[in-house]
Design a binder for this molecule. Sequence first.
Ligand code: DC
Length: 238
Amino acid sequence: MPALPGRLVTIDGPAGSGKSSVARELAARLGWRFLDTGAMYRTVGLLGLRRGLDFSDSAAVVRAMDAAVIDFDWSQDPPRIRLDGEAVDEAIRSLDATDASSRVASMPEVRARLVEAQRRIALEHGSFGLVSEGRDQGSVVFPTALVRFFLDAPVEERAKRRVEQLESAGMAADLESIRRGIRERDAHDRARAVGPLVIPLGGVVIDTGSLPMEAVVDRLEGVVREALGSVTAARATS
Ligand code: DC
């Protein structure tokens, strides 16, 4: 892998740990760019749905992916993800696309292509500073990032957040079945052969369960600024 820019921070963690909003806010505070890698998996899922593909046929998904253009429009803030030039950032949030994204995320060939695309993005945009969020960013994609965070929260708290999200979107939500779903998904994600959910080596673990979002971001920002300060000091003395 070519040398990565020094201003790269990763945020890994399970669904419902709050990593997405935290990553966005951290990037805004640092004045850096933000990479939502989940959006890339979701767009591959949407592509499969639009082409009517069978999600048990990974070769077909990979062929469709190779024939499509998935990129971000970096002129927008936050950057908008595009599928063959069309902004799909809303379409990828549907329930169907969410299910499809989890199917394609377990395909090794899909992961290999997206990991390569994420590294390319870091090389192209890293000079601005980049906060990259996703469950394998520090553990697999950027193991040498300046700081590798792992956000976690108790299942109970993550289930409560999910119920609030669904209810505020006008959908019915049953806490018990959501709690069960989270436990099952965690077990599946941690056992996955490719890109499993693990704490990155040397990662900074933060429990977001008992803290408001602002306080979590304060903590992350402090760690990043300190790490940046150490890098600058080390350069000055060498
Ligand atoms: O974070 P999200 O819900 O937008 O992610 C969508 C899907 O992609 C979800 O099943 C997790 C998966 N994903 C992944 O496997 N690796 C990533 N780096 C990001 C997301």
